[in-house]
Unconditional design. Structure first.
Length: 360
């Protein structure tokens, strides 16, 4: 019977049910910080408990000011959203009934949002056999047709980062064609300082940046995201945003998040070092690993490239749950995606992969 794969990772209970597995498993399928939320964030949520009896400020003024100060933009260039998903759907609404170009493989919600708002969608694909390189010339060729381009940077699922020089080339041509570039920076916090593209907003009014605070801080259940764009775009999106779509808890913790960046710095160093350690071991075991710069990566067996499905089952039954790639265009289930978890968890994964290799 054909498996009905879930659309997203982070669903170990459902996956265990589908595969009739009762033992505990380590969930490598969700790209969330493995150490959970920082303690001060828990305190911030506790301190905001009294807000449960009041409606949030519909303008989210305090949260907006905090984010604007953090990104060094004007308050009118920020829109707080119910996670990154609302930011994606609001952005798609801007181009309702028009043409969208999506750089694949990538997060499925871009296409879902575009279809919801009746956009005609075309895809261009990363050069997977060439370091997952951006198909720059193909993108530029399509700008005469496209009203909007969706790009995930860092890319999900490859973990790769398009060069800023390529982004500038796209934006320059897009100025002439009247095309907008939407860059989803949901995982940009896992890169070093200066890796985001916020400094480009002053030169390119056709740039829209999407952000999520749920990945680095391990709070997907709270739903905290925001959007950065020129003030006319923000003004328009505010008219379409559902009233009080952002709850009081999400609103309350934003100032705490932007004012406590030491957690991010320590985390960046951990992921950088752990990613390098994992890569060294996977090379020895002869597995392909995408040139990721963040907290997740694609994996494929170089010796048995057609055995990804079998590898998935082997790992799952050995207590490791990867993320399938069956619903990522171009990948078609031929890779597995893994989050970078704690060193102990990563060692268990590496041990399972070594056992797989020893099977011959």
């Amino acid at each position: 019977m054909e498996i009905q794969w879930p659309d997203h990772g982070g669903q170990p209970t459902e996956m265990k049910r589908k595969f009739h597995i009762e033992k505990d498993v380590i969930d490598f399928s969700a790209n969330i910080h493995p150490f959970g939320p920082p303690s001060w964030l828990k305190e911030a949520l506790k301190n905001s408990y009294d807000q449960i009896s009041h409606y949030p400020d519909p303008s989210y003024a305090k949260a907006n000011r905090s984010l604007a100060a953090f990104d060094q933009v004007h308050d009118e260039e920020v829109l707080v959203t119910n996670g990154g998903a609302e930011a994606i759907f609001l952005t798609a609404k801007l181009f309702e009934g028009k043409h969208a170009l999506i750089i694949q493989p990538t997060f499925s919600e871009y296409e879902r949002a575009c279809k919801h708002y009746h956009l005609e969608v075309e895809d261009v694909f990363l050069h997977m056999n060439d370091e997952c390189r951006l198909p720059l010339e193909q993108i530029i060729e399509q700008l005469d047709w496209a009203d909007v381009v969706f790009l995930c940077r860092p890319n999900n699922p490859t973990g790769t980062v398009a060069q800023e020089s390529d982004i500038r080339r796209i934006l320059e041509k897009a100025k002439k064609t009247g095309t907008f570039l939407v860059v989803d920076e949901a995982f940009v916090d896992f890169l070093g300082d200066g890796a985001n593209l916020v400094h480009l907003l002053k030169d390119y009014e056709n740039l829209i940046l999407l952000r999520s605070l749920t990945k680095m801080y391990a709070i997907p259940g709270v739903r905290v995201g925001y959007l950065l764009a020129n003030r006319e775009i923000i003004k328009l999106l505010k008219q379409w945003q559902i009233p009080w779509s952002v709850n009081a808890f999400a609103e309350a913790i934003i100032p705490a998040i932007v004012n406590n960046q030491s957690f991010v710095s320590v985390s960046q160093q951990f992921f950088r070092e752990e990613l390098a350690r994992i890569r060294e071991q996977l090379v020895k075991l002869n597995f392909y690993m995408s040139p990721s710069a963040v907290n997740f990566y694609l994996l494929r067996d170089n010796e048995k490239p057609d055995s990804t499905g079998e590898l998935f089952h082997f790992l799952f039954h050995h207590g490791v749950l990867p993320r399938h790639t069956d619903n990522f265009k171009q990948l078609n289930g031929n890779y597995l995606r893994f989050a970078v978890r704690s060193q102990q968890d990563n060692d268990l994964l590496l041990k399972a992969l070594a056992d797989w290799r020893d099977r011959g």
